[in-house]
Structures are given as structure tokens and as C-alpha cells.
Design a protein around this ligand. Structure first.
Ligand SMILES: [Zn+2]
Length: 164
């Protein structure tokens, strides 16, 4: 008897909507591990899925999460080892904290994403998810350590991030 070559659709592996740089990053994203006292803000999971779904639906490109939680030590290393001396000096004078240190930031890259796609993606997210504070946005292009989209939410859950 010839075995059917038709595959069982129920056994087909589902496509993952979001890719992850490492298994550690994936655990941080899903709240399966915390970095000290920090845990990932669940609002960012929802926003990142919306971002990745839009990227794939509109442009057929994948989104990869490259950074989630960050300690003060990691923040120091990131900015003090920066190749641009101006960045290092600025950080030394007044070291600033990052949304990542509070679990309220996530960095993503759009795989094979042309600049025009990145612009569209920032517009998509910022026009729908308001940060809720003047001069601040939910998604922005950031180049430290390398080019990526930084997505952030404010600290107080009540009435601060408006999704519409
Ligand atoms: Zn970031």
C-alpha cells in the first residue's frame, strides 16, 4: 500500500509571530525569568505582538526581539563602551536610567526591513498607542548599540497608555 504523502494539517508547525535573539530574551519576554527585581510589563507583550502582526501582514517581514530587561551594570557597560566619545562623556556626567531597567522597554529589529518599512512601522504604532506624555513616544528609532526600534510604556498603568 502506498502511503499518502499528504501531510496532516493539524501536525503542521505553527509559524511564530515573533522571533527572539536568544532563549534568555524569550524567557524575559514571557515573564519566565526576571532580572533581579525586574519583570517585564505585560502591556509590552501585547504591543509587540501588534507590531509584529502588522509588519508581517503589511510587508511580509519578521520582527525579532533583541533586548528586554537590563540591569544598571548592563546599562553602564552599554553606554561607557560606546565608540562615540561624546556619548560616553555625556553618560559619565549624568548617567541616566533606561526603561529596560524597569521592565518597561523592549528592543526589536525588523528583519530585512527597509528604512521605509521602519518609518511605516513607527507611524503605525505611535498613531495608535500613545505614550501619554508630551515629547515622548511609544516607539522610536535608536542606534545604541545598533539600529533598532525601541518600544516603551509609562510607569503608571492607569490612564497613561491609551490604545485605540
Ligand atoms: Zn531600548
Amino acid at each position: 500500500m502506498v502511503k499518502s504523502r499528504r501531510r496532516n494539517p493539524l501536525k503542521r508547525k505553527r509559524r511564530e509571530m515573533i522571533k527572539f535573539k536568544s532563549s534568555e530574551i524569550r524567557k524575559e519576554f514571557f515573564g519566565e525569568c526576571t532580572d533581579g527585581e525586574i519583570s517585564f510589563d505585560p502591556r509590552l507583550r501585547f504591543i509587540t505582538y501588534a507590531f509584529a502582526t502588522y509588519a508581517y501582514t503589511m510587508f511580509k517581514v519578521d520582527v525579532m526581539v533583541i533586548d528586554v530587561l537590563r540591569t544598571q551594570e548592563q546599562q553602564n557597560i552599554l553606554y561607557l563602551s560606546h565608540p562615540d566619545k561624546a556619548v560616553v562623556d555625556k553618560y559619565k556626567q549624568l548617567p541616566w536610567t533606561s526603561h529596560h531597567q524597569y521592565g518597561r522597554g523592549v528592543d526589536v529589529v525588523i528583519l530585512n526591513g527597509a528604512d521605509v518599512i521602519v518609518d511605516e512601522m513607527l507611524l503605525f504604532l505611535n498613531s495608535r498607542v500613545k505614550y501619554g506624555k508630551d515629547n515622548e513616544v511609544t516607539a522610536l528609532w535608536h542606534t545604541i548599540p545598533e539600529g533598532h526600534v525601541h518600544i516603551q510604556v509609562r510607569s503608571n498603568i492607569k490612564n497613561e497608555t491609551v490604545i485605540h
